[in-house]
Design a protein around this ligand. Sequence first.
Ligand SMILES: Cc1cc2nc3c(=O)[nH]c(=O)nc-3n(C[C@H](O)[C@H](O)[C@H](O)COP(=O)(O)O)c2cc1C
Length: 207
Amino acid sequence: MKRTTSLTVLTIVMMGFMTSCLKAQPTAPAMKAPTEKILIVYLSRTKNTKAVAEMIRSYVGGNLVELELQNPYPENYKQIVDQVAKENSTTELPLLKTKISAIEQYDKIFVGFPTWGMELPPPMKSFLKHSALKGKTVIPFNTNAGYGIGNSFNTLKKLCPGSKVLDGFTTKGGIERDGILFVMKDGRAVEVKAEVQEWLKKIGMLN
Ligand SMILES: Cc1cc2nc3c(=O)[nH]c(=O)nc-3n(C[C@H](O)[C@H](O)[C@H](O)COP(=O)(O)O)c2cc1C
């Protein structure tokens, strides 16, 4: 009888102890630290740079925004080449229809564009000139017809002097002059996606 009583007491004490232990456990997993906010802004006429922007987003996430103009460029290739050459020779920049709300919320801003007249396209100059990018990390990416980035990355750096500019990405896109427009499909898309992944790892944006 005495033995049964002491066993019962022991059981009650142990149950009390276990309950208090359980209560001491955290009820929910700790909140994850907020991650960096990423913006991917791009200009694209024949959608090659857009395709690269989407590839970047598939790896790092973030908000994707396409730059649009208040007065769109002419469809005709020769006309747009002439207009861009004129704009590149003056300080006048095209007005943008796109307004990015609360740009200050972003830490890292990918900036994508085609090479136009071996330069940064005027709409991208306009975006960089009128955005508060001081203290932010700016990451350029580009497509071109095979003649490279020209002055575009240098011009970008000049237009965001208070930003940290990481090494940019460039790859061959379309050759509109020869009627080759969108090329980022099938095998080329697979190839470029792998190039993008390698670059993102190199600049520390991907593990
Ligand atoms: C107005 C204009 C100027 C261009 N100038 C160049 C150039 O100087 N060098 C070059 O390699 N490609 C040039 N291109 C070709 C584009 O850079 C190339 O087709 C790019 O992939 C287009 O990107 P998108 O499809 O995103 O518009 C030019 C295209 C246009 C429309």
